[in-house]
Structure formats: structure tokens, C-alpha cells
Design a protein around this ligand. Structure first.
Ligand SMILES: [Zn+2]
Ligand SMILES: [Zn+2]
Length: 143
């Protein structure tokens, strides 16, 4: 199989993607180095904000945000630099606050199981297929 060729989001280099990472192996290595620097800086300066971290470590701000969004780093909540993408409240790490995260997970798992139900051919209904040709039937069920 092998991975598909994708363009690195950082350096625009084309590479074979074997993971879900949007970055090529070179940039991943670079990011790992940056991650260590940022992590060490936060360790020494737990109340630093993203701008300060970026200036002091010379790691680009967007990389710092990337680590935060990945949930690999957390900074002091009081900074208010990171906000829940859903409700806008201040969060320390990730993309959503705990409440929204839970809500999203519930919605996600619901839509995944619905998708599986749609893909799965209905058992014992082979003959009915033809009549439905050319017609779209969407079955919305309340759970
Ligand atoms: Zn790259
Ligand atoms: Zn939220």
C-alpha cells in the first residue's frame, strides 16, 4: 500500500505520508526539536504566554499553538491565549474545553455509527434495492 503523497503544510515539500501528520519528516524532526525547547521553557516559566515562549525559544508562535492544539503542551489557563473553538471559553490545552470536548465526542461517535449503518447493506432486503434506484431516501432517526 504505502502512504499517499501529500504536500507538507510547513515547507510545501512533497512527501509520502505514512501517518496523519500534515508535516514532512524533516519538519516533524524540526517540530520535535522545537517542542523540546518549548517544553523546557514552560517547565522553567510555567506562567509564560505564547508570545513570550516564541520570543525566548525562537520557535514560531504558530508552532507553539500547534503543540497546544495537539494537546501536547499546556500553559497556564490564566493566559487566555487559547480559547475553546466551540464556546470561546479560556482553556489550557487542546482545541475545546472539557464540556465541548465531551459533547463533540458524543456527536462524533453517533455520526460514525450512523455512517457504518448506512454502508452496511441491509440484511434480507436484496429484492428491494431496485425500486430505490434513482431515488434518494434519507432516513433520519432520533436516538
Ligand atoms: Zn516540511
Ligand atoms: Zn467550550
Amino acid at each position: 500500500m504505502g502512504g499517499k503523497v501529500v504536500q507538507c503544510k510547513k515547507c510545501a515539500r512533497l512527501f509520502q505520508s505514512l501517518s496523519s501528520s500534515p508535516y514532512c519528516p524533516y519538519c516533524v524532526e524540526e517540530l520535535e526539536k522545537n517542542f523540546d525547547m518549548v517544553k523546557n521553557y514552560i517547565y522553567d516559566h510555567p506562567h509564560a504566554n505564547v508570545m513570550e515562549i516564541s520570543t525566548e525559544t525562537s520557535v514560531p508562535e504558530k508552532d507553539v499553538f500547534y503543540f497546544l492544539k495537539e494537546g501536547r503542551l499546556s500553559i497556564s489557563e490564566n493566559n487566555g491565549m487559547l480559547r475553546c473553538e466551540n464556546c470561546g471559553c479560556s482553556i489550557a490545552t487542546g482545541r475545546f474545553c472539557e464540556a465541548c470536548q465531551k459533547q463533540l465526542e458524543r456527536e462524533l461517535s453517533a455520526s460514525v455509527s450512523e455512517a457504518i449503518e448506512k454502508v452496511k447493506p441491509p440484511s434480507g432486503q436484496k429484492g428491494k434495492r431496485q425500486g430505490a434506484l434513482g431515488r434518494m431516501h434519507i432516513d433520519i432517526r432520533n436516538r
